[in-house]
Design a protein around this ligand. Structure first.
Ligand SMILES: [Zn+2]
Length: 244
């Protein structure tokens, strides 16, 4: 979001333009849970892929390539869907250049049980930083966040390629009642990373890595992703919240 590019924070997230206990997590059925204070899912059957921004909301725009975040995110979710193949029921939150309000995205995601939500973005900053980041909030999203961040960092060639995980209460990390993540695949504000993002081969590698992380989570749950974070109690994120 260009008008905020003087901020050193992850602007597409900060602008918020980005974005009862369930059954056992041991597999088979993983219901909705408003808090998510439980282990991560295993054996889930549905993957909801959310292409960030859309329509009048372009998201970040690269000054290097002119590419818009909304177009890249749509391309990415289509690629991730293709990489997942028929292993899951895959739902695209949007499959066109259309604007969907964040609360509507949450409501749509909450229609599904036994599902995860992965929102895909690219980032922007004036500080020259680069590399992928993963935002999460819920305890049940931690393991998948670890897997996705590791997967993206392995694809990104930068020395500082691993911006890491950020636990942040956003509408797409706090409000869905299913495990949910917001992935920032790289900084369009960084010239070299913008050129990588322009490469369809690079986007395909990134998509394949994310799909592999999702498949591994479905196969083994949180195994090998380290201790779960502490439960945090906080109200749902609202459009009127101060920047987080
Ligand atoms: Zn974004």
């Amino acid at each position: 979001m260009q008008i905020y590019q003087f901020l050193t924070l992850a602007t597409c997230v900060v602008l918020a333009s980005c974005g009862g206990s369930g059954p056992s997590p041991s597999g088979g059925s993983y219901g909705r849970d408003p808090w998510g204070h439980r282990p991560g899912p295993k054996g889930f059957t549905t993957v909801i892929l959310d292409a960030g921004h859309g329509g009048h909301d372009s998201g970040a725009v690269s000054r290097t390539t002119g590419q818009k975040e909304k177009d890249l995110t749509l391309d990415m979710v289509r690629r991730i869907k293709g990489e997942l193949g028929s292993s899951f029921k895959t739902v695209l939150m949007r499959n066109h250049d259309e604007f969907i309000d964040l609360d509507d995205r949450v409501a749509r995601a909450n229609r599904y049980n036994d599902a995860i939500l992965v929102s895909v973005h690219f980032n922007s900053s004036a500080s020259g930083i680069r590399g992928p980041e993963t935002y999460y909030w819920r305890v049940d999203s931690h393991g998948l966040a670890v897997r996705c961040q590791q997967a993206m960092a392995q694809v990104s060639p930068a020395e500082q390629s691993n911006r890491g995980m950020v636990r942040r209460r956003l509408r797409l990390t706090r409000n869905p009642e299913i495990p949910c993540l917001l992935l920032e695949c790289g900084y369009l504000s960084h010239p070299a990373e913008a050129q990588l993002a322009q490469s369809s081969a690079y986007r395909q590698k990134m998509a394949a890595a994310i799909a592999s992380a999702i498949r591994t989570q479905a196969a083994v749950g949180d195994a090998g992703t380290g201790p779960l974070p502490a439960p945090l109690y906080a109200p749902p994120s609202r459009p009127t919240d101060a920047p987080e």
